[in-house]
Design a protein around this ligand. Structure first.
Ligand code: SF4
Length: 379
């Protein structure tokens, strides 16, 4: 490797274990009743050492954001974050401005886990709620019941972690019979500063993908998907949340800082199986299999699976897509340009607005984000 290493101020760490695989999930997940915390920390320590040797990345003396995603990080128990802090370096996670997020599922975010996380320095929890409806939760294969989210939020707060985000899934098949409006009420009742929405997608390699192929499930239709998204935008904004990114809503000042690193195209380091890293213009990703990742790093080998150089048309498309997904939008195009006539069309169709010299999408526009980004780059 030649050249100076890229300094990163943001680190993502993948925790691969889940107690059960949800019906729609195609993430890099290993199903285990409990997380292998010792094995996980040993592998991360080995990968961290290999990154230091390799010289593509170097971690800043003080990190801005650290994000532990999954999988189910809360399945790793109360000591995992303290172990991670020792690997990353205690001094790197002491800044009062650090945002340290860990994802959790309601059934495993106990008071003990939350207290252990808070003691290590975790100050933000992202909770996989998805729904409060018993039938919908069972259909998804989730392990918590309708009361789980409130109990987990109370556990986080009791540990002193009040910066909490909840994830909700919309676009479930109509046959599941869940009331999306009731689920939005449930999320609002938790009174947390941040909400993320995920539209259900049917991935071919999942149990849901098989059920759809075999005709046992009928995916949601476009109209219902659109109505649910727009209802969420309306209800959350009425309740004082700001819709600051296509899928994310925050009370003022509670926007997720880690994800903003991705949206701004800044460098980041990813650790763990399946994790991506970015040293512009190089993006690389680790092998998806936990076992292969673990064995490679234990043998002193790089877990990298592949890499790409993001340049030319791909960089332009990615730039437009990332810019359009946030409320900051993109600069308004120059007069007389091809882009200006496209922007005028979007404004006329209610897909975008111009504010402070920026062109940003409306919720109706965000529903068409991928197609609009392609049109924008195509001019
Ligand atoms: S808890 Fe999350 S990561 Fe685990 S199987 Fe379910 S959706 Fe996938």
């Amino acid at each position: 490797m030649t050249g100076a290493p890229t300094t990163v101020r943001s680190v993502y760490v993948h925790a691969p274990f889940c107690a059960r695989r949800c019906t729609y999930c195609d993430f890099a997940v290993t199903v285990r009743r409990t997380g292998d915390v010792e094995g996980w920390l040993r592998a991360l320590r080995a990968e961290w050492s290999s990154i230091e040797r390799e010289g593509l990345f170097e971690a800043a003396e003080s990190l801005d954001t650290l994000y532990v995603g999954g999988g189910t990080p809360s399945l790793l128990g109360p000591t995992a974050m303290e172990g991670l802090r020792d690997i990353v370096g205690r001094d790197r996670v002491t800044d009062s401005m650090l945002e340290w997020t860990a994802e959790a599922n309601p059934e495993s975010l106990t008071e003990e886990v939350a207290a252990g996380w808070a003691a290590a320095g975790v100050n933000r929890v992202s909770l996989g709620v998805q729904s409060f409806d018993d039938e919908a939760l069972r259909w998804m294969g989730r392990l918590h019941g309708p009361e789980g989210p409130a109990r987990a939020v109370a556990a986080a707060r009791a540990a002193g972690i009040s910066n909490i985000s909840v994830d909700l899934i919309f676009g479930l098949p109509a046959g599941v019979g869940r009331s999306w409006a009731d689920d939005l009420d449930g999320a609002l009742a938790l009174d947390v500063p941040h909400v993320s929405l995920y539209g259900l997608t049917v991935e071919s390699g999942t149990p849901l993908g098989r059920a759809v192929r075999e005709g046992r499930e009928i995916p949601v239709d476009e109209d219902r998907y659109r109505e649910e998204f727009l209802l969420a935008c309306e209800r959350l904004c009425e309740a004082g949340y700001e819709h600051y990114e296509v899928s994310n809503f925050a009370r003022p000042g509670a926007e997720a800082r880690h994800n903003a690193v991705y949206w701004k195209g800044l460098p980041y380091l990813g650790l763990g199986n399946g994790a991506h890293s970015y040293a512009p213009p190089v993006r690389r990703w680790n092998t998806r299999s936990w076992e292969r990742y673990r064995d490679r790093v234990a043998a002193g080998q790089s877990p990298e699976d592949s890499r790409e150089v993001v340049s030319g048309e791909a960089a332009a498309l990615e730039g437009a897509w990332l810019g359009l997904r946030t409320r900051d939008g993109i600069p308004t195009p120059p007069r007389g340009s091809k882009e200006e006539s496209l922007a005028s069309q979007w404004l006329a169709e209610g897909l975008a607005v111009v504010e402070g010299g920026r062109l940003r999408l409306t919720p109706e526009g965000w529903l068409l984000l991928d197609a609009l980004a392609v049109d924008w780059v195509g001019g």
